[in-house]
Design a protein around this ligand. Structure first.
Ligand code: ZN
Length: 458
């Protein structure tokens, strides 16, 4: 099939849809996600799935649903609202528990998050699995708060059994072999991360659904990061056998240059297709090897699935100055950049669909590393929960506050050891691949072993 050719520009329509979705209070659950997915239904005929709270999904459980009616902090003396969720959805820490309390600045201060090095920006913070509450504000606003008054804190929210909501669309092709596109839908009032990916996916879905039938089927998943991808994988495990190629779509609107992160396999057809097409553009771009930190490639590329799924972005997560701050706004994403991302993905789809392989197993063989010989004196481990990441936070192994730019080195080591311990690489080989010190990886392996997540095999 040829999906390119002359088409009207989609960039302005995509940017307008991002602007419509931008203020909705998304999180990993709740009405903001539902409203977002319903708006996408005006673009592509996706199905909205509701998964009840308490549903077990691999090592995780679908959490309570979170919805906020209002949340603010008011100076009790002047009546001035010093922080208000109605002004910006980033002002409230995601999954904050309900609060109604008068308190001193000293008592309030541990609940306030700022970016001292970027004093005019509001940070993005979440605490999905550790019950707490907090507000995010600019550092300048924090500095203007007086210790001579008290503050009335109101978080009028519900955190109760409900559902996790995700969207899905399968566009049938000539065969059951699939190309998967996945975008995370959980970020509130941030434009590049990841409304750009959400909206490019929706327009791509509309375009593919209206075009000639492909040899592959095309599957789109719009789901909250981590828990949503894990939920989709848990409910669709048999269908994953059909996935021949896949792309996580994120940060596709800033236009700074493309970044492609290879799948865990490293040499999957999607890895070759994207890198060749990027090279053919003649423009600067970055190709990164797989690492087990980032977006939902962490789940699709967990060793128990090892799907050929790469990550396509403009700026890479965690590295651009606006990342996870209020500066990731409508001015950061540009119609031309969205259009360029859309067209590049079209080229990738054309390439993959044209080079269709009739051999269903041809692309699914284990990578050579799985049978790599052991290096003497370095242990090898086996991940005992290889399907998706285990929930490290509740075992005290991972920070429970989300949204920060990068994890600690020990946390990265945990992810590397889990992702690579399929009986193939030794700890020494994981050290080379991850560029992490062997002693940190050894500590991580011991902690995972003690938690029952890892077994030493030699
Ligand atoms: Zn993010």
């Amino acid at each position: 099939m040829n999906t390119a050719g002359s088409q009207p520009p989609f960039g302005p329509a995509m940017h307008a849809l991002i602007a419509e979705l931008y203020p909705l209070p998304r999180s990993i659950t709740g009405d903001g996600v539902r409203q977002t997915l319903r708006a996408l239904q005006s673009v592509a005929p996706l199905t909205i799935h509701e998964v009840p709270t308490g549903t077990p999904v691999f090592d995780w459980t679908v959490p309570n649903e979170w919805n906020v009616r209002q949340a603010h902090v008011t100076d009790a003396r002047t009546g001035r609202r010093v922080v208000d969720f109605a002004d910006h959805a980033l002002h409230l820490v995601g999954y904050s528990t309900p609060v109604r309390q008068r308190m001193t600045l000293a008592d309030l201060r541990p609940h306030l998050h700022t970016l001292p090095e970027q004093p005019d920006r509001i940070p993005y913070r979440t605490s999905y699995y550790k019950p707490t509450w907090g507000f995010c504000l600019t550092h300048r606003a924090l500095e203007s708060l007086s210790a001579d008054t008290e503050y009335d804190v109101v978080i009028d929210a519900t955190l109760a059994p409900g559902h996790l909501t995700y969207g899905e669309l399968l566009i049938p092709g000539d065969t059951a072999n699939e190309i998967l596109f996945s975008a995370h839908t959980c970020h509130p009032q941030l434009a590049n991360d990841n409304l750009s990916g959400v909206v490019v996916a929706a327009h791509l879905a509309r375009h593919l659904a209206a075009g000639p039938r492909g040899r592959h089927s095309f599957r789109f998943v719009w789901a909250p990061g981590t828990i949503g991808a894990i939920t989709w994988l848990a409910r669709n495990e048999p269908a994953t056998a059909n996935i021949r190629h896949g792309l996580i779509l994120s940060n596709l609107g800033d236009g700074r240059t493309f970044t492609y992160k290879r799948s865990r396999r490293g040499d999957a057809p999607v890895d070759r297709a994207v890198t060749e097409i990027l090279r053919a553009t003649g423009r600067p771009h970055t190709v990164l090897d797989f690492s087990p930190y980032g977006y939902d490639e962490r789940q699709y590329c967990s060793p128990g699935f090892n799907l050929p799924v790469g990550l396509l972005s403009n700026s890479q997560y965690g590295t651009f100055p606006e990342y996870h701050t209020s500066a990731d706004d409508l001015s950061l994403v540009k119609p031309d950049a969205l259009e360029a991302s859309f067209r590049l993905i079209q080229d990738v789809v054309d390439r993959l669909d044209t080079s269709f392989s009739r051999d269903p197993k041809g692309e699914l063989q284990a990578t050579p590393e799985a049978s790599a010989s052991a290096t003497a004196h370095s242990p090898r481990y086996f991940n005992l929960l290889p399907k998706c990441e285990p929930q490290l936070g509740r075992r005290g192994l991972f920070s429970m506050v989300g949204g920060r730019t990068s994890p600690k080195r020990f946390e990265l080591a945990l992810l590397w050891v889990l992702n690579q311990s399929d009986g193939g690489p030794t700890l020494a080989e994981i050290a080379t691949r991850s560029a992490l010190p062997i002693d940190v990886l050894t500590d991580a392996a011991r902690a995972l072993e003690a938690a029952g997540l890892l077994r030493r095999i030699d």
